[in-house]
Design a protein around this ligand. Structure first.
Ligand code: KIV
Ligand code: ZN
Length: 388
């Protein structure tokens, strides 16, 4: 039976931590409403104690959305949890996301503590947050590098203390997919009370493996994926929402699904990019400018014969208006003929060869040949110019 994967969007918290990407509360509310329309299950709206602006954003987002759970981040500290609880007051369904470092490097060099004290503080924070009346998600920061036996002890203890969700972040983007997957499998098999909580995966992209690690975690039993639009986030970013949603939609064999309305992905990607002043790289999977653009002659010819020759997703499924054929010096006659036909010029045989020669001259000069260039080429050929 197919399993529903919860989508936890942290564009407005982990994503917004990127220098230069800070948003005003009104802008965050606009994005939160769009995330609700997109179908995410949880919106991490901010880190309420970090600034009055973040506090206000969590308050306003809690008022603005009704379907998704609204979540506020805290450290395992009383004052953080108190402030988050207050900020979430208006949420229909609120969640406190509390936690602490779990790897020895964090325990020793960040907290200057011991495994025993960390476990005690994590349990205390979970109970304290739970007593506020909200759902509690516990993050074991840097779980990707933590000692696995200790991680399992910590997870079991916080579930015992009331955690509804246990987040196993690969905070530094260190893990390899098969090993991250094995970590999740180990927790599933060795934490006695694991059935009482949902396992969440939260991966960073330092080695370009965030999405692969997330999928490995889901395949091995995690029930929630933490993601951002366009994969924005600390350093090299977080797992991107659009990649996870489209992987699960494309690979039905995994038997995992989300509630994401994929046709809304592209518009939200564009909105986040312009509001955060963070351009989407052209070759970004799913939402980049070139994700559905075909430019080499062999690919264009194959695509024009049958789109599935070179496309595994239909652009309309992610809200991209259409695939595009980019005319460059690498394009062939089939693509040129196709574009000329769209412009109303039916050119074949020797005439096509003649136009193609002129096209290559222009294409060598310019990187991309546009419709205006083509019309100029055709109208400079007296016989062809009469055709349209
Ligand atoms: O990457 C991380 O570990 C985090 C936690 C605060 C959840 O963002
Ligand atoms: Zn993170």
């Amino acid at each position: 039976m197919s399993k529903k994967i919860q989508i936890f969007d942290t564009t407005l918290r982990d994503g917004e931590q990127v220098p230069g990407c800070q948003l005003k509360t009104e802008e965050k509310v606009i994005i939160a409403r769009e995330l609700e329309q997109l179908g995410v299950d949880v919106i991490e709206a901010g880190f309420p104690i970090s600034s009055p602006g973040d506090f206000l954003s969590v308050v306003e987002i809690s008022k603005a959305v009704s379907e998704p759970i609204v979540c506020g981040l805290t450290r395992s500290k009383k004052e953080d949890i108190d402030v988050a609880a207050e900020a979430l007051h208006h949420a229909k369904r609120g969640r406190i996301h509390t936690g602490i470092g779990s790897s020895d490097v964090h325990i020793k060099h960040k907290f200057r503590s011991t495994r025993e004290q960390i476990l005690e503080q994590g349990v205390w924070a979970t109970k304290y947050a739970k007593a506020k009346g909200y759902e509690v998600e516990f993050y074991a920061e840097d779980a990707g590098r933590a000692d696995l036996v200790f991680l399992a002890q910590l997870v079991e203890a916080v579930i015992g203390a009331g955690a509804d969700v246990v987040n196993i972040p690969d905070t530094t983007g260190y893990c390899l997919p098969h090993l991250y997957g094995k970590r999740i499998q180990y927790l599933v098999e060795n934490v006695k009370n694991i059935h009482r909580a949902v396992i969440s995966v939260h991966c960073h992209n330092d080695l370009g493996l965030a999405t692969a690690n997330t999928i490995a975690g889901l395949i091995n039993g995690a029930g929630q994926a933490e993601v951002t639009i366009n994969g924005i986030g600390e350093r090299a970013g977080n797992t991107s929402l659009e990649e996870v949603a489209m992987i699960l939609q494309t690979h039905k064999d995994l038997d995992l699904y989300t509630n994401i309305k994929s046709q809304k992905i592209y518009a939200l990607s564009q909105l986040v990019s312009s509001m955060m002043r963070m351009p989407v790289q052209a070759n970004k999977a799913v939402v980049g400018k070139n994700a559905f653009a075909h430019s080499s002659g062999i690919h264009q010819d194959g695509f024009l014969k049958h789109a599935e020759n070179y496309e595994i997703m239909n652009p309309a499924d992610v809200g991209v208006p259409s695939s595009s054929i980019v005319l460059t010096a690498r394009s062939g006659r089939a693509a040129l003929k196709h574009r000329l036909e769209l412009l109303g010029y039916h050119v074949a045989g020797e005439d096509l060869n003649t136009v193609y020669e002129s096209f290559l001259v222009v294409a060598d000069e310019k990187k991309e040949v546009n419709d205006g260039d083509l019309i100029m080429i055709v109208s400079s050929m007296p016989v062809l110019a009469k055709l349209p």
